[in-house]
Design a protein around this ligand. Structure first.
Ligand SMILES: Nc1ncnc2c1ncn2[C@@H]1O[C@H](COP(=O)(O)OP(=O)(O)OP(=O)(O)O)[C@@H](O)[C@H]1O
Length: 581
C-alpha cells in the first residue's frame, strides 16, 4: 500500500498494466498516474551528500523543492515489487515522491514476539480457568496456570518474566556461593542434558594424600614405602624433592597442590634464590635437613644433600610430565629428574630399567582404590657444563632415562560428588568424565561416584596399533570388559557378544539396549583413532561413553563439540587449564 492511498488505487486482481514500458495506477480514472519504483543506492547517496556538503546545503534546499531530483540522485530504478520509494507523475506533469509502506504484519509480530509466538484466544483461556475452578483446583494451581497462560497470550511479558527469573535464579545461586558472569547463560543451563566432569580437583579432592612410594632396585619393584622420609638418600627421593615447579611468594611456598604434597612429604628445605656457583646463579636450591643416615649417627656433612635446580621444564598436560635439571652438590654432577604419568615415563626410559611387572603393579593400584599414579625417572648428565645447561632443549633432557619407581597418591572423592552425580541422574542428566588421568583410575572413580552404576558393565575400548583391520589402514579396536574387583579383563563368550574384535558394527547391536547396561571407557589415543578411522562409530561410542581418559586439552574440547553435534546440550565442569579447551 502506498501512503496517501486516497491518491493511488491499484486495479484489483493484479499489478498495474504496462504500456510502452510505463506503469500506471488509477487507470482510466481522472487521477491516473504514471508510477516508477526506486531502491536506495549507497554510492549515489554518498556522492549526493558530499555535494550537499560542498554546496553548504544549497543543494538540499533545491532538493526540498524538487524531491524527484533527490530521488534520482540517491536511488536507482527498480521494479514496483521491490521498490522502497515510488515516483508518481500526474496528468499535469507534477511529480510526487512516496515512501512504500508495506504492511508486513507477520514480520512486525515476529520482531516483537520472536519466532516462538503462540496465539491463544483469550476467551478460551478464561473458559479454561473457569473450568479449573469448577474442578475444585487449589487457588495456587489456578494462579500458576493463569500466569502461564498470560505469558503465552501476552508474549511481550516474556522478556520481563525472563529477566525476573534470571534475577531470582542469580539470587539463589549466590546463596550457594555460585557467581555467574553471564546471567543469560542461566536460562541456557535449563536445557543441559549432559554434564562433563574433569576428574582431579573436580570429582576428587585436589589436596590428595600420599599413599606411598614404590621404588625400584635393580629393575625390580620394592615394597611400598608409605613414609617418604624413610627412603634412603637416592635418586628416587631426590626426584621427589627437586622435580616440581614450586616457588616462594611472599615467603610462602606456592604451586601445584600435587607438587606441594610431594615436596612437603620429604621435609626438605626450599631456598630461593640459591647460591652462586662458579659465577652462575642457582635459582632454586633444595636441601635435605636430616636423614635416616644422620640420625643413625653417620657424619652429618655426608647426610646433607643439596640440589640446585637450574632448568625447569614445566608440567604440560598434553606431555603428561615435567622435568628439572639440577646440580647435585654431593655427586658434583648435573642430573635430570622427570616426573609424570607412568605410561609416558615408560616410553622415555631405557627399557632395561623398567621392571618387567610394570603393568601388573600399575593395575594393582588403579582399579580397586583408584590411586592416582605418578612415575619418577632420572638420568645423570656427566658431560653437562654450567654454561651449556641454560640452553639445553627439553627433548634432549627427557630421553634415555632410568626408571626410578612409582608414587601412589590417594584419589579421594569429594564428599559432594556422589550426591551431585545422583541428583543429576534423577534429573535425567547424563554425566561423563573427561580426564587427563589413566583409564583404570578414571573407571574406578566413575564407579565409586555412581557415574557407572553397579548394574552397568564397563567396556574399555582400546586400540591395538600393532594390528590393522584386514584390507584397511585402520588399527584394530579391542573391546574388553572391566571387572572392578579383579583388574584383569575377562575375555570369552561374554566378550564376543559385545563386539567381535574386527567388526566395529557389532557395537551397534548393544547400543540398541534401552537399559543402558553398557558404558564405554575410551582413552585419548583410541579416541583419535575412532575419530579418524571409524567416524561412523564415533557417535555410537559417545552416546554410551562415560569415561574419556588420558585426554589432552584439545581432545576434551572435541568430546564436548561432538556431543553438541549429536544434539546434546553440554555443560563442562573443570578446575584446570586443561579443561579450557
Ligand atoms: N604436576 C605434575 N607433574 C608431573 N606429572 C603430572 C603432574 N600433574 C599431573 N601429572 C601427570 O600428567 C597426567 C595428565 O595430567 P592432567 O592434568 O592432564 O590430568 P589429571 O590431572 O590427571 O586429570 P584431570 O584432567 O581430571 O584433572 C596425570 O594423570 C599425571 O600422571
Amino acid at each position: 500500500m502506498v501512503r496517501g492511498a486516497e491518491k493511488v488505487r491499484f486495479p484489483t486482481g493484479g499489478p498495474p498494466p504496462t504500456k510502452s514500458g510505463m506503469e500506471y495506477v488509477n487507470i482510466g480514472l481522472e487521477d491516473q498516474m504514471e508510477i516508477r519504483g526506486y531502491t536506495p543506492t549507497t554510492w549515489k547517496t554518498t556522492v549526493t551528500w558530499i555535494c550537499i556538503v560542498l554546496t553548504a546545503g544549497l543543494l538540499r534546499v533545491v532538493f526540498h523543492w524538487k524531491p524527484e531530483w533527490m530521488l534520482s540522485c540517491t536511488h536507482s530504478r527498480s521494479s514496483l515489487a521491490t521498490a522502497v520509494k515510488l515516483l508518481l507523475k500526474d496528468q499535469y506533469e507534477q511529480w510526487f515522491v512516496e515512501k512504500v509502506n508495506v504492511h508486513r504484519a507477520e514480520e512486525v509480530r515476529r520482531a516483537i514476539y520472536g519466532d516462538n509466538e503462540i496465539a491463544v484466544e483469550v476467551q478460551s483461556i478464561l473458559k479454561l480457568l473457569f473450568l479449573e475452578t469448577q474442578n475444585n483446583q487449589s487457588p495456587g494451581v489456578i494462579a500458576i496456570r493463569a500466569l502461564d497462560l498470560i505469558t503465552i497470550t501476552v508474549p511481550p511479558v516474556l522478556p520481563a518474566a525472563m529477566t525476573i527469573g534470571i534475577i531470582y535464579a542469580q539470587r539463589r545461586l549466590k546463596l550457594a556461593n555460585i557467581y555467574c558472569i553471564s546471567p543469560r547463560t542461566i536460562n541456557l543451563c535449563g536445557s543441559i542434558n549432559v554434564v562433563c566432569f574433569d576428574k582431579t580437583g573436580t570429582l576428587t579432592e585436589d589436596g590428595i594424600d600420599m599413599h606411598g612410594v614404590v621404588p625400584t632396585e635393580n629393575n625390580v619393584f620394592q615394597d611400598v614405602e608409605p613414609d617418604v622420609q624413610q627412603l634412603p638418600q637416592c635418586p628416587t627421593l631426590w626426584a621427589i624433592a627437586s622435580c616440581h615447579s614450586l616457588s616462594l611468594i611472599d615467603g610462602q611456598l606456592k604451586g601445584d597442590p600435587l607438587d606441594m604434597k610431594l615436596f612437603f612429604s620429604t621435609e626438605w628445605e626450599f631456598i630461593e634464590p640459591g647460591p652462586k656457583v662458579q659465577g652462575h646463579q642457582i635459582p632454586t636450591l633444595v636441601r635435605s635437613q636430616t636423614s635416616t643416615a644422620a640420625s643413625a649417627g653417620s657424619e652429618h656433612e655426608e647426610s646433607i644433600v643439596e640440589l640446585g635446580v637450574l632448568r625447569q621444564y614445566v608440567f604440560v598436560s598434553s606431555l603428561q610430565r615435567m622435568s628439572v635439571v639440577a646440580y647435585n652438590f654431593r655427586n658434583d654432577m648435573f642430573e635430570c629428574y622427570v616426573k609424570g604419568s607412568p605410561e609416558k615415563l615408560v616410553t622415555l626410559s631405557r627399557p632395561e630399567t623398567v621392571p618387567a611387572d610394570f603393568q601388573e603393579v600399575l593395575r594393582e593400584y588403579a582399579p580397586q582404590q583408584g590411586y592416582r599414579m605418578l612415575a619418577l625417572a632420572y638420568k645423570r648428565m656427566p658431560d653437562m657444563q654450567w654454561d651449556k645447561v641454560k640452553n639445553i632443549h627439553r627433548e634432549d633432557v627427557e630421553c634415555d632415562l632410568e626408571f626410578l619407581g612409582l608414587v601412589a597418591l590417594e584419589n579421594r572423592l569429594k564428599p559432594q560428588t556422589t550426591p551431585v552425580i545422583s541428583q543429576l541422574r534423577q534429573a535425567n542428566i547424563r554425566t561423563v568424565m573427561i580426564t587427563g588421568d589413566n583409564t583404570l583410575t578414571a573407571l574406578s572413580v566413575a564407579r565409586h561416584c555412581g557415574m557407572i552404576l553397579k548394574s552397568q558393565k564397563a567396556i574399555m575400548v582400546s586400540v591395538d596399533a600393532t594390528q590393522l583391520v584386514p584390507g584397511t589402514k585402520a588399527p584394530l579396536l579391542r573391546y574388553k570388559y572391566v571387572n572392578f574387583k579383579d583388574p584383569d579383563e575377562h575375555e570369552g563368550s561374554e566378550l564376543d557378544t559385545v563386539a567381535s574384535e574386527n567388526d566395529s558394527t557389532a557395537v551397534h547391536v548393544q547400543l540398541q539396549d534401552e537399559n543402558e547396561a553398557y558404558r564405554f571407557a575410551v582413552d585419548g589415543k583410541t579416541f583419535d583413532v575412532i575419530r579418524y578411522s571409524y567416524p561412523d562409530l564415533l557417535p555410537r561410542i559417545l552416546v554410551r561413553g562415560t569415561v574419556f581418559s588420558r585426554m589432552s586439552p584439545d581432545q576434551k574440547a572435541v568430546v564436548v563439540e561432538v556431543l553438541q553435534k549429536l544434539g546434546y546440550f553440554v555443560g563442562m565442569c573443570g578446575d584446570g587449564a586443561n579443561d579450557c579447551g
